[in-house]
Design a protein around this ligand. Structure first.
Ligand code: TXD
Length: 319
């Protein structure tokens, strides 16, 4: 059986880390694509030269043309520009929307059967646009944010309680970052909900709220420390978990920005919800009952995503 092919559109900080992790996990042969000449080729060669040391067999190559991604089974998109000083969110939206248009056309032509994971910000709007531009079925185009947001939440909680990260589960909904909706009653330490842990005196409700807020601001905290660029190790690990669930038909239950068609009362929009990822892409969207506080937070998140999508439609009326 031929190896799977994984195409990485954008070979920057996250793209390079994705290639490294996909290689170490032997998920398949890896193609790095970027508009920067030589850079994807250089990263591919450097990584390939690490393979004898780490003992993995993955073909690694770099390309500046979309032909190179032909027949990919998984495409992970990080292409775009980050926000620079003086640039508004709308400026960023306009630039990255154009990037999604090119990337969507490339995927449509060369990898129409792929499972596509979008990472580029502003995430929920970009994945929506990428699905439209590529014309791929909505169950095959998904955005990565919830796995990262819940990983941050899990890490902070494990640190707080001095327990293993493995025993902390977290459940988040909604848009990426600022409007993330943590569901504390469904987040647990070894099955015990955080709401019970508050009653048991493990932490106060105020402390829990501080941890939730730190999670929402998790991206900004890293940007503040790094000074240039944004987080890349945890975002890459999160997207690889999604790709692995698809390639191995693991049917992991993972929070992703998925296309809603009536679920949670939303039509034709992408926002973070719990999903099942298997060989058919997004195989199920898990719809849970929200209490009034959670619903208010979720609605706020949906409104903020819709604002970005409306801005996309203004820039590109064809959408
Ligand atoms: O949770 C999440 N979804 C995120 C999102 C968490 C962290 C970072 N997130 C976003 O991912 C971030 O705001 C960016 O939009 C992307 C990629 O982040 P990364 O840190 O990898 O950015 P880089 O290092 O700037 O890499 C982007 C690459 C760079 O090499 C450019 O040359 C390339 O994208 N680029 C393009 N490639 C192909 N085609 C086009 N048009 C293009 N334009 C730029």
């Amino acid at each position: 059986m031929a190896r799977n092919k994984i195409a990485l559109i954008g070979s920057g900080q996250i793209g390079g880390t994705l290639a490294h992790l996909a290689g170490l996990k032997e998920l398949g042969d890896i193609v790095l694509f970027d508009i920067a000449e030589g850079m994807p080729q250089g990263k591919a060669l450097d990584l390939a030269e690490s393979s004898p040391v780490d003992g993995f067999d993955s073909g690694l190559s770099g390309t500046n043309t979309y032909e190179g991604i032909e027949g990919a089974d998984v495409v992970i998109v990080t292409a775009g520009v980050p926000r620079k000083p003086g640039m508004s969110r709308d400026d960023l939206l306009e630039i990255n929307l154009k990037v999604m248009e090119q990337v969507g056309a490339g995927i449509k032509k060369y990898a129409p059967d792929a499972f596509v994971i979008c990472i580029t910000n502003p995430l929920d709007a970009m994945v929506w646009a990428l699905q439209k531009f590529s014309g791929l079925p909505a169950n095959k185009v998904v955005g990565m944010a919830g796995v990262l947001d819940s990983a941050r939440f899990r890490y902070f909680l494990a640190e707080e309680f001095n327990v293993s990260v493995e025993d902390v589960t977290a459940f988040v909904l909604g848009g990426h970052g600022d409007t993330m909706v943590p569901l504390t009653r469904y987040s647990t330490v070894a099955g015990v909900p955080l709401t019970d842990l508050v009653k048991m005196g493990w932490l106060t409700a105020e402390r829990l709220e501080e941890i939730v807020q730190r999670t929402r601001d998790g991206g900004a905290e890293i940007v503040g420390l790094l000074k240039t660029g944004s987080a890349f190790y945890a975002p890459a690990a999160s997207a690889i978990q999604m790709a692995e669930s698809y390639l191995k038909d693991k049917k992991r239950v993972l929070p992703c920005a998925a296309h809603l068609d009536g679920q949670y009362g939303q039509k034709d929009m992408y926002v973070g919800v719990p999903t099942v990822i298997g060989a058919n892409g997004i195989e199920r969207i898990i719809e849970i009952d929200l209490n009034s506080d959670e619903k208010a937070m979720f609605d706020k998140s949906v409104a903020s995503v819709n604002g970005l999508v409306d801005a996309c439609k203004k820039i590109q009326p064809a959408l």
